[in-house]
Design a protein around this ligand. Structure first.
Ligand code: ADP
Length: 307
């Protein structure tokens, strides 16, 4: 029996170096990456929809065409005349990647401006996925609108999955900005039934001493299921208060770790939704992530992924 997977956030135009001063145009964004891998891993009786707002410019047209071609539903995507998508540029210097962003005026910042539209999309879904980046691009009233719809979804028994994906550059600078960031991440977690944090981020920003501390903190916030990712250290799952560790799958080559966490989430959630045990679902997520980091770019050809 199939169902509906809905991912909410921002997909951006990606520019990467193609040599001789040329730039290659791609599309990516954390919640979109997860939708991409969920689509690749879920059977055909599951739909995967993306929820965002775009403009009416040619880049928005191309992005929508790319989503449709990938089999990702676009019927919930509103378009605002005169707006454009956000954009980022990847620069490689001495093997290190740096990212420059142009997203302050992106159409996606308006994704929670129409609460009825948001509710209609969320009510139709079985699983709703969002992240700390989704929250980080929104004004505080928009965060409240989105989270109240997600709390309603949680209360009605839907799966609400949240990756905190903590990115300080999306928040105001200084102590107040940091406090607002952590409070908003916690509010996001409270609206969720399942969180998928990365231990490095949680340690750096919440000061967790170990993975057990991360798990305990999210349970206290009322999240029943916690899945902590720890790079090559694998993942630790806490389901029904039963804690299990699942090893990472060895990557043949770690070429580009962009999207490791996003692709893990897509692979893991897909298998969970189709009835696998959490540990087996995590093993699949780890195999998907290991393949993704063996290739360049956030979005790899679904044909390369493990079955
Ligand atoms: P994020 O990208 O969100 O920081 P992580 O780095 O924790 O997430 O990685 C997510 C998952 O990707 C891990 O749980 C693991 O399964 C896989 N992974 C990450 N780095 C490696 C690696 N070097 N080798 C194999 N698997 C990895």
């Amino acid at each position: 029996m199939g169902g509906k997977f809905l991912s909410i956030g921002e997909c951006m135009v990606e520019l990467s170096q193609a040599g001789d001063g040329l730039l290659r145009r791609g599309f990516a964004g954390d919640t979109f990456n997860t939708a991409w891998y969920a689509r690749a891993c879920l059977p055909a009786d599951w739909s995967v929809d993306y929820f965002t707002v775009l403009g009416d410019d040619p880049m928005s047209d191309e992005m929508l065409a790319m989503m449709e071609k990938a089999g990702i539903g676009i019927s919930h995507i509103r378009r605002i005349p005169g707006k454009t998508p956000g954009l980022y540029l990847i620069t490689l210097k001495d093997g290190e990647r740096t990212f420059s962003y142009w997203r302050d005026t992106a159409a996606a910042k308006k994704l929670a401006a129409d609460a009825d539209h948001l509710r209609t999309a969320i009510e139709a879904a079985d699983l709703i996925y969002f992240s700390g980046i989704t929250l980080g691009i929104l004004a505080s009233e928009a965060v409240d609108t989105l989270l109240s719809e997600l709390r309603r979804a949680k209360a009605s028994g839907k799966i609400v999955a949240f990756d905190p994906n903590i990115r300080p550059r999306l928040w105001p600078v200084g102590e107040e900005g940091k406090e607002a960031m952590l409070k908003t991440i916690e509010a996001g977690a409270r609206a969720a039934t399942l969180v998928l944090p990365s231990f490095d981020d949680e340690k750096a920003h919440f000061g967790d001493v170990d993975i057990a501390a991360t798990i305990a903190r999210y349970h206290v916030l009322g999240v029943p299921t916690v899945v902590v990712k720890d790079g090559p250290g694998g993942v630790t799952l806490s389901f029904d208060r039963k804690v299990e560790h699942v090893a990472a799958v060895e990557a043949k080559a770690a070429v580009d770790t962009t999207s490791a966490g996003d692709s893990f989430n897509g692979g893991f959630l897909s298998r969970l939704l189709t009835g696998e045990t959490p540990a087996k679902a995590a093993t699949h997520g780890a195999a998907v992530a290991a393949t993704v980091i063996g290739h360049h770019g956030a979005l790899i050809d679904p044909g390369l992924l493990p079955r």
